[in-house]
Design a protein around this ligand. Structure first.
Ligand SMILES: Cc1cc2nc3c(=O)[nH]c(=O)nc-3n(C[C@H](O)[C@H](O)[C@H](O)COP(=O)(O)OP(=O)(O)OC[C@H]3O[C@@H](n4cnc5c(N)ncnc54)[C@H](O)[C@@H]3O)c2cc1C
Ligand SMILES: *[C@@H]1O[C@H](CO)[C@@H](O)[C@H](O)[C@H]1NC(C)=O
Ligand SMILES: *[C@@H]1O[C@H](CO)[C@@H](O)[C@H](O)[C@H]1NC(C)=O
Ligand SMILES: *[C@@H]1O[C@H](CO)[C@@H](O)[C@H](O)[C@H]1NC(C)=O
Length: 541
């Protein structure tokens, strides 16, 4: 025991020492030789110099802040990169990997910057940022029902470019238009069509990556293992993903949406109870998200829980109403609450953008508001007894924050095998819970208060959610699951986290990681480690 502790302490000390040494190296001329390496590795046809920003560059701060999507990481105390590289060509990515590796510097990869824990652009160790926003071309091929999408594109741009060419095609992906393709698709990516078409990563046909050796590879040359890993395993453990080829899906010319709200005084408990038993079992064309938050009752002025049901139905309102009457009568949906529109307009509806706004709003790469954020996730495998619901309401009213979103699975989600891609949350999962805390005031103390509230509700939900492992959704990044692999325990720690996100798929990811990136160049706080036998503790800086 004493020996083990000594080893751990020694490892920690050497890690700190090494990081101090690195900082010293970079502060003298480390960045200069690194820059020289980038210049030496760039092609005359595609000069790299205009893609380099150092803290001395006038636009360094604005480039860095442009894709910070969680204000918790926009503080002056947030560690900043010693250099930002904004590739204009894939050869710039190759140079980044080659130089990052030879200089032993950490690289963070950012596409849309929506990582809830800032893992794409923050690190406590010296690092440079590879920022993909310039690489965002989208080529839609309606004839073949496919599109090549560079990872710096946003979901809104993808949706818009598809709709521009066809009103009967779409893509199953997240509902927030500013989310980036790179993180979203490589971490699975779900949205309101998942019950019909699965997650985004289920609809990927090919990809172009730059691997740990700086090679540009496609599906054929990377092989099926790496191609499997980058469809849900989190791209940044394996390679820089330059582009995905996605499969477009068919949508009707008119879809129907609704949002209906009920408080506890309006029988929310009974309605939620019925939702629990039907939502995962409805026709695949129908997705009904349940959002729970605490509001002031209109009647009593007391705090109450509000259940909001927001829906996308791939069909017309008459068909929707007949399904709802038969399967979910307690909601009492009426025709006047249903709105028919094109699929692309439904994206605006789901983003709370007024429906008379031009669809070009989807091309806006900056969100309308930014908040301080904390997210957590859970999976539910059995309906919660009514008494359980009542106790949850009580707890929510006591805490006020966070809100919860319940996203029903079933349909196609339950049909796809758990091993098909690294994302494993398939049959048996009735819905996913997202815990949401948003706030507006800066400061560490405020942040800690909201983070603590999120942990409390998550803790309270323990009896109602999956166990052994307690599953979690990778794309809802949560630092509470642990971070930074250092020293002897890193493998066991990684496994404890990894099975939550990947369950039985963790071992295959570990094997692939060890094969494609044995020196562990592609690493971040929650990345997949290399197998212990290959571990080089010196390289764990
Ligand atoms: C407002 C908001 C709404 C959201 N809505 C949804 C939703 O509806 N459905 C859903 O599934 N998720 C949703 N998410 C979560 C989102 O899918 C993830 O945060 C996703 O990782 C963001 O991708 P990004 O490119 O914007 O993020 P980034 O912060 O740029 O990247 C996230 C992770 O992916 C890595 N990465 C990014 N680009 C690449 C690349 N090119 N190659 C290799 N690795 C890369 C990063 O290093 C980091 O680890 C939402 C997040 C926010 C903030
Ligand atoms: C390298 O970093 C140091 C300290 O941050 C800075 O003073 C110096 O100007 C940097 N050099 C370049 C070329 O950016
Ligand atoms: C992020 O921080 C910078 C520097 O303090 C500030 O100028 C900027 O307004 C902040 N961004 C947002 C969206 O608050
Ligand atoms: C569709 O795919 C085929 C085969 O890959 C290709 O030859 C054809 O050019 C594609 N169609 C378009 C419009 O690009």
């Amino acid at each position: 025991m004493g020996v083990l502790k000594a080893v751990v302490v020694l490892t920690m000390v050497s890690t700190v020492l090494l990081s101090i040494l690195w900082r010293a190296a970079l502060d003298s001329d480390g960045n200069q030789t690194f820059i020289q390496c980038l210049l030496d590795n760039s092609l005359d046809s595609h000069p790299i110099s205009s893609a380099i920003y150092t803290p001395q560059s006038p636009s360094y701060s604005s480039v860095l802040e442009s894709y910070i999507r969680n204000l918790r990481f926009n503080e002056s105390s947030t560690p900043k990169p010693f250099l930002i590289l904004t590739p204009l060509h894939q050869s710039h990515i190759q140079a980044a990997v080659t130089c990052g590796k030879t200089h032993g510097v950490r690289m963070k990869i950012r596409s849309g910057g929506h990582d809830y824990e800032g893992f794409s652009y923050v690190s406590t160790l010296p690092f440079f940022l590879l920022d993909m926003f310039n690489l965002r071309s989208i080529h839609v091929d309606i004839e073949n029902e496919t599109a090549w999408v560079q990872t710096g594109a946003t979901l809104g741009e993808v949706f818009y470019r598809i709709a521009e060419k066809s009103n009967t095609h779409g893509f199953p992906a997240g509902v927030c238009p500013t989310v980036g393709v790179g993180g979203h698709v490589s971490g699975a990516g779900y949205g309101n069509m998942m019950r019909k078409y699965g997650v985004s990563a289920d609809n990927v046909l090919d990809a172009v990556v730059v691997d740990a050796n700086g090679r540009v590879l496609d599906r054929q040359s990377m092989g099926e293992d790496l191609f499997w890993a980058i469809r849900g395993g989190g791209g940044a453990s394996f390679a820089v993903i330059v582009a995905y080829k996605i499969k477009l899906v068919r949508v009707p010319e008119r879809v129907t949406v609704f949002q209906v709200e009920k408080t506890l005084e309006e029988d929310a408990t009974d309605i939620v109870d019925q939702w629990q038993h039907v939502a995962y079992n409805l026709p695949e064309e129908l997705f009904i998200r349940l959002m729970l938050d605490v509001v002031k009752s209109r009647e009593s002025g007391e705090k109450t829980v509000r259940a909001s049901f927001v829906s996308l139905f791939l069909g017309d309102s008459d068909s929707l109403l007949s399904i709802m009457k038969e399967r979910f009568p307690k909601l009492g949906l009426s025709k006047s609450e249903c709105i028919e529109m094109s699929w692309v307009k439904s994206v605006l509806f789901w983003s709370n953008i007024p429906l008379d706004t031009d669809n070009r709003v989807l091309l806006d790469r900056t969100p309308r508001t930014l908040d301080y954020l904390k997210r957590k996730s859970d999976y539910v495998r059995e309906a919660i007894p009514k008494a359980g619901l009542e106790s949850i309401w009580k707890k929510m009213i006591e805490l006020e924050t966070p809100r919860m979103f319940f996203n029903p699975y079933g349909g196609k989600m339950a049909e796809i095998a758990a091993e098909e891609i690294p994302f494993p949350h398939r049959a048996g999962n009735l819905w996913k819970i997202q815990y949401l805390a948003n706030w507006k005031e800066p400061g560490v103390e405020t942040a800690n208060r909201y983070i603590e509230l999120s942990r409390k509700l998550h803790e309270f939900m323990t009896p109602f959610v999956s166990k052994n492992p307690r599953q979690a959704f990778l794309n809802y990044r949560d630092a509470d699951l642990g971070s930074n692999y250092h020293g002897k325990d890193m493998y066991e720690e990684a496994r404890a986290q990894g099975v939550k996100w990947f369950m039985g798929n963790f071992d295959r990811l570990l094997k692939i990681k060890t094969e494609v990136d044995p020196s562990n160049f592609f690493r971040y706080e929650q990345s997949i480690p290399v197998l212990p036998s290959q571990q080089n503790l010196d390289a764990s800086v």
